[in-house]
Write a protein that binds this ligand. Structure first.
Ligand SMILES: Cc1ncc(COP(=O)(O)O)c(C=O)c1O
Length: 486
């Protein structure tokens, strides 16, 4: 038979030889990039539109050589990249990618599998299950916690609050929320310092901004349990229906830790779902000295921890643990005929536990990262970051023109430039200018927050490439820039 009879067409995928050649080239490129990353300014210096304007307005009619495309990575893309893997990146919570994590991402794309059902790749579901079992032990949670991987903490927390709503048994799944006059006004509670993803989840789930109660914090930015209880009491006496509390372990601005154990007692008393947002700080539970952060976790209904924030796992990977997977399933499981399989009675189909059908093979990254570094290796690295942050906090405390603005339980330091005899407003402007000057240097990238209306600079240590010298140099640069701002 000729190729014509077989209908073998000449326009299939990239030839294997070409894939192999450019695959090797690209891996070399990534290796060099990571090795020489400090030659780039950490924060991209482009203006809005600069990258867009370099891309032709219309797509190419004919295919191009992959060589041209790769060439444009350097020519077009790199200037518009803010380098999260750069050790000068100390803004936000600086997720970094480690070698094994990057290799796992490559393999994920190569395999190209979709783990919506057990049958659509048994290894997918079973590696995820095994990794959840490992990770549960790594952070010291009891066996009754069941875990699943989502993309981000925002998604994990949305599923937590959806479960809390489902647990009420008010028939939302069947009847919805709109137009029903027998539905009480639901209220959810979290501290003023909780992450905005919780507000978004409440908005998405029909709780509405008016159903949110932001509980005051103490001077260390931790939720005040008495304030929580009186807000619940107030709402109950005014006909509202409290249903969920979110406690944060490692808040975004200052990394403060809410008193989970006391909060859990209140949740128990009022029969409320307790979700713990430990997106950033949860990984520190693997360090024996940091075990204190898990106090009260065993009473939580759900917990989120993000390895993509501080466990050297490339974006994205968020772990959601719950003691009540059956409620999650009740809220989200829905199987059309075309997704039924002959193994459904024997297996877990992960599509049943969330809004998405298609699922990326994220657990592969965990498998690679945990095996390559080992739990000890991961804990050592994270502990080193905490020690560096303590050291920086000490330098700030010793400098009379700087002030530390919050305790440092983990690896994030909040501070401001505080030369004497300046009004609050002036200090805010001064620190804003200082941050701009620091970031314009291209050497480090810091972020900011506001605490009690005070503009505060945040520095986070958490990159797998962070060495003590980077923190020493960052501190020298901060002081040098402070000398320049007026
Ligand atoms: C405490 C906390 N929760 C949730 C989030 C949201 O994380 P994600 O980007 O994974 O949705 C963040 C992000 O920084 C955070 O700090």
């Amino acid at each position: 038979m000729s190729n014509k009879d077989l209908d073998i067409r000449p326009f299939m995928d990239m030839p294997v030889s070409e894939f192999r050649k450019y695959g090797h080239q690209l891996v070399d490129w990534i290796a060099d990039y990571l090795n020489e990353i400090e030659k780039y300014p950490v924060l991209s210096q482009v203006n809005p539109g600069d990258i867009f304007n370099r891309i032709p307005d219309v797509p190419p009619e004919k295919g191009e050589d992959i060589e041209n495309v790769l060439h444009d990575v350097d020519k077009i893309l790199m200037e518009g990249i803010t380098h999260w893997n750069h050790p000068g990146f100390m803004a936000y919570f600086n997720s970094t990618s480690s070698g094994p994590g990057i290799l796992a991402e490559l393999l994920t794309a190569g395999l190209g599998i979709n783990g919506m059902l057990w049958k659509t790749s048994p290894a997918f579901t079973e590696i995820e299950k095994a990794m959840m079992n490992w990770f549960r032990q790594i952070v010291g949670l009891p066996e009754n916690y069941w875990g699943i991987i989502y993309d981000t903490a925002s998604t994990s927390s949305m599923h937590a609050i959806a479960s809390a709503r489902e647990q009420l048994g008010l028939g939302f799944r069947e009847k919805g929320m709109a137009g029903r006059n027998n539905i009480p006004k639901l209220t959810i509670y979290y501290s003023e310092q909780a992450h905005s993803s919780i507000d978004k989840a409440a908005v998405t789930l029909g709780i509405g901004l008016e159903g949110i109660r932001k509980i005051p914090v103490n001077k260390n930015y931790e939720m005040i349990p008495d304030e929580l209880e009186s807000a619940i009491e107030d709402d109950l006496s005014n006909g509202y229906a409290p249903f969920c509390v979110v406690a944060t372990v490692g808040t975004t601005s200052t990394t403060s830790v809410d008193p989970v154990e006391l909060i859990s007692e209140i949740c128990e008393k009022y029969n409320l779902w307790l979700h713990v947002d430990a997106a950033y700080a949860g990984v520190t539970a693997m360090i024996p000295e940091m075990k204190w952060i898990t106090k009260g976790w065993e009473s939580a209904d759900s917990i989120v921890i993000n390895p993509h924030k501080w466990m050297f796992t490339p974006m994205d990977l968020s772990i959601y643990f719950t003691r009540k997977p059956e409620i999650l399933k009740q809220a989200f499981s829905l199987t059309p005929e075309y997704l039924k399989t002959n193994r459904d009675d024997e297996v877990e189909n992960l599509m049943d536990y969330g809004i998405q059908l298609g699922r990326r093979f994220r657990s592969l990254k965990l498998w690679f990262v945990i095996r390559y570094f080992g739990v000890e290796g991961l804990a050592e690295r994270i502990k080193y970051h905490i020690e560096l942050a303590q050291e920086l906090a000490g330098w700030i405390d010793d400098e009379k023109d700087f002030k530390r603005m919050a305790p440092v339980p983990f690896s994030t330091v909040c501070f401001r430039y505080n030369p004497g005899n300046k009004a609050e407003e002036e200090l805010n402007t001064l620190n804003e200018k200082l941050l701009e000057t620091i970031n314009a240097s291209g050497k480090i990238f810091l972020s900011h927050t506001k605490l009690n209306e005070k503009f505060v600079i945040r520095l986070t240590i958490g990159s797998i490439r962070h060495q003590r010298k980077h923190i020493v140099e960052a501190w020298e640069l901060i002081k040098e820039c402070a000398g320049k701002v007026k």
